[in-house]
Design a protein around this ligand. Structure first.
Ligand SMILES: Nc1nc2c(ncn2[C@@H]2O[C@H](COP(=O)(O)OP(=O)(O)O)[C@@H](O)[C@H]2O)c(=O)[nH]1
Ligand SMILES: [Mg+2]
Ligand SMILES: [Zn+2]
Length: 302
């Protein structure tokens, strides 16, 4: 039968099927195909065979529609890609309007990661109860102008939760953002039965260097279904590198200008005849976002 992997840990996979959740291992044949950790990841649709009332074996994996992955420097200058979750429809970036203060440069980093994975980002501005709606506009309007959807919510007051639920229904969403912004509170407001611990670190399992970034897919209860993956986020971002020559593409407002620079390998910092810097001068691209770009370019210098 067909199922979806909700959780993966130490060679065991929790697979949701029409007949309940089965604890599965990989069929030997599948294991031999590729000796990699990402043969099966959470979010994967798999074919399983029941071997006991509560256990099964994963026979095959369906083709992935999308994946959310992290690239890390590997040995001998090679890149290593960690696929964290498969079949992701959107990345929901939760930030607080205040407490902790909204950090646009940090939001830009999260956006780049979503763009690099080619997964649509949705920005959630939580804790609107702490600031006026004017302030929310000042903070988030630049992102709406770029074309990103922004949802203003308050987990505490319950405002905007219905709109957020509508966004999540029927999709696989990765929910991420800095700690303390209210991710767990939002998930609890959406679905009290999830009962995630507020004000505590996420449920991710730390295993030394190989931190399991995405802990689990939480099924949503609504009629259209859908899943949310809660991730600890921030700490792992440092290891998340985007190749320099691909960074500008991860800023959607820069894309229209990317073919128009004098130098085909322009990194848009100092080169003469740069169409991106021209667009910044004409305020088509904001100074703030451009600074984010330059900073990320420098941070990621290797
Ligand atoms: N004022 C206010 N506080 C909130 C809101 N949402 C969460 N909080 C508080 O912010 C703190 C961090 O919330 P938590 O859900 O643990 O954040 P997480 O680290 O992102 O999972 C807790 O003390 C929450 O009660 C909100 O909408 N308004
Ligand atoms: Mg939390
Ligand atoms: Zn340029």
């Amino acid at each position: 039968m067909q199922g979806k992997v909700l959780r993966a840990q130490s060679g065991f996979f929790w697979v949701q099927t029409d007949e309940g959740i089965l604890e599965c291992r990989l069929r030997g044949r599948l294991k031999k195909e590729r000796q990699q950790s990402d043969i099966v990841v959470i979010g994967d649709d798999v074919e399983v065979m029941r071997v006991s009332p509560e256990q099964g074996a994963i026979e095959s994996v369906y083709e992935r529609r999308s994946r959310f992955s992290r690239r890390q420097p590997g040995s001998r200058g090679q890149w290593k890609e960690d696929i964290l979750i498969a079949n992701v429809d959107q990345v929901v970036l939760v930030f607080a309007c205040a407490n902790p203060p909204m950090k646009p440069r940090l939001l830009d980093r999260f956006l780049v990661i979503a763009e690099y994975n080619e997964i649509a980002p949705v920005i959630v501005a939580n804790k609107v109860d702490l600031v006026g709606s004017d302030q929310v506009n000042v903070q988030f309007a630049p992102y709406q102008q770029i074309g990103y959807p922004v949802l203003s919510v308050s987990a505490r007051q319950g405002s905007g939760i219905e709109a957020l639920r509508d966004r999540l229904e029927g999709c696989i969403s990765v929910l991420t953002g800095p700690s303390g912004v209210g991710k767990s509170s939002l998930l609890n407001a959406l679905q009290p039965e999830l009962a995630l611990q507020e004000g505590s670190v996420s449920t991710a399992v730390n295993k030394g260097r190989h931190t399991t970034v995405v802990a689990e897919l939480h099924p949503l209860g609504g009629p259209a279904g859908g899943y949310v993956a809660d991730t600890p986020g921030l700490r792992e971002l440092a290891a998340w590198l985007v190749p320099q020559e691909e960074l500008a593409w991860c800023f959607p407002e820069m894309r229209p200008f990317l073919g128009a620079c004098d130098f085909h390998n322009c990194l848009h910092t100092h080169e003469p005849g740069c169409a991106v810097r021209q667009a910044v001068a004409e305020q088509t691209i904001t100074q703030e976002r451009y600074e984010s770009y330059v900073r990320q370019l420098r941070n990621d210098e290797r």
